[in-house]
Design a protein around this ligand. Structure first.
Ligand code: 5GP
Length: 191
C-alpha cells in the first residue's frame, strides 16, 4: 500500500465546525485530484443514503470478518455495536485511479491514519473560533434535539483536546476564507 504518489488528506472536527462543507468544496476542485474515501459501517442505512456512495453498508458479521482479516487501515466502534472503518481496498482503489484520498472522519480515526502513514498524510483539524459559535451553528441547523446538541457539545470539548496532534488547525471563522485556505493547504501538500 505504500507505493505510488497517492496521499491521504484527513479532515476531522467536532460537528458544527463546517468540516463537511469544506470537504465537499475540495472535492469540487477538480485540479486537486481528490476522491472521497468511503468508509465501511455496520450501522443501518439512514434516509437518502446510498450504499457505495455515503458508506459501504455491511453486516456486523462481515465487519468482524474484515477485522480478523486485517482489511482495515483503521476501524472503531463509534457507538455500541456500530462499527466504522476505512478499508485498505478503498484507499488502494483511489490511489490506483491516480488520485489522493480525502477523509471526513472522526478525530480518533483521523489520528490513526496519520499514525499509519505519517509522511503521506495531511491531517487537518477544523474548528470554529469559539465553542459558543459552534453551539450557535448547531442550533441554526435545526436538525438535532436539545439532548443531541448537548451530547455533541460534550463530545466536541473532548475532541478539541486532540487538536494539537494534527498537522494544522484550520479556524473556520469565515467559510469562504476557510475554503480557500483548505484549497491552498491541499495543493501545497500534494504538489
Ligand atoms: P454517522 O453515523 O453520523 O454517519 O457517523 C458517526 C461517526 O462515525 C462520525 O463521527 C463519523 O465521523 C465517524 N466515522 C465515519 N466513518 C468513519 C471511519 O471510517 N472511521 C472512523 N474511525 N470513524 C468514522
Amino acid at each position: 500500500m505504500e507505493k505510488g504518489k497517492g496521499k491521504l488528506i484527513v479532515f476531522s472536527a467536532p460537528s458544527g465546525s463546517g468540516k463537511t462543507t469544506i470537504v465537499h468544496h475540495l472535492l469540487e476542485q477538480k485540479n486537486l485530484n481528490l476522491d472521497f474515501s468511503i468508509s465501511a459501517t455496520s450501522r443501518e442505512k439512514r434516509g437518502k443514503e446510498i450504499n457505495g456512495k455515503d458508506y459501504y453498508f455491511i453486516s456486523l458479521e462481515a465487519f468482524r470478518k474484515h477485522i480478523d482479516q486485517d482489511d482495515f487501515v483503521e476501524w472503531e466502534e463509534v457507538y455500541s455495536n456500530n462499527f466504522y472503518g476505512t478499508l485498505k481496498s478503498e484507499v488502494e482503489r483511489i490511489w490506483s485511479e491516480g488520485k489522493h484520498a480525502i477523509f471526513d472522519i472522526d478525530v480518533i480515526g483521523g489520528l490513526r491514519i496519520k499514525e499509519k502513514f505519517p509522511e503521506k498524510t495531511l491531517a487537518v483539524f477544523v474548528k470554529t473560533p469559539t465553542i459558543k459559535i459552534m453551539e450557535k451553528r448547531l442550533r441554526s441547523r435545526q436538525t438535532d434535539s436539545e439532548e443531541k446538541i448537548r451530547e455533541r457539545l460534550a463530545k466536541a470539548e473532548k475532541e478539541l483536546s486532540y487538536a494539537k496532534e494534527f498537522d494544522i488547525i484550520l479556524v473556520n471563522d469565515d467559510l469562504e476564507t476557510a475554503k480557500k485556505e483548505a484549497e491552498e493547504l491541499v495543493l501545497k501538500f500534494t504538489s
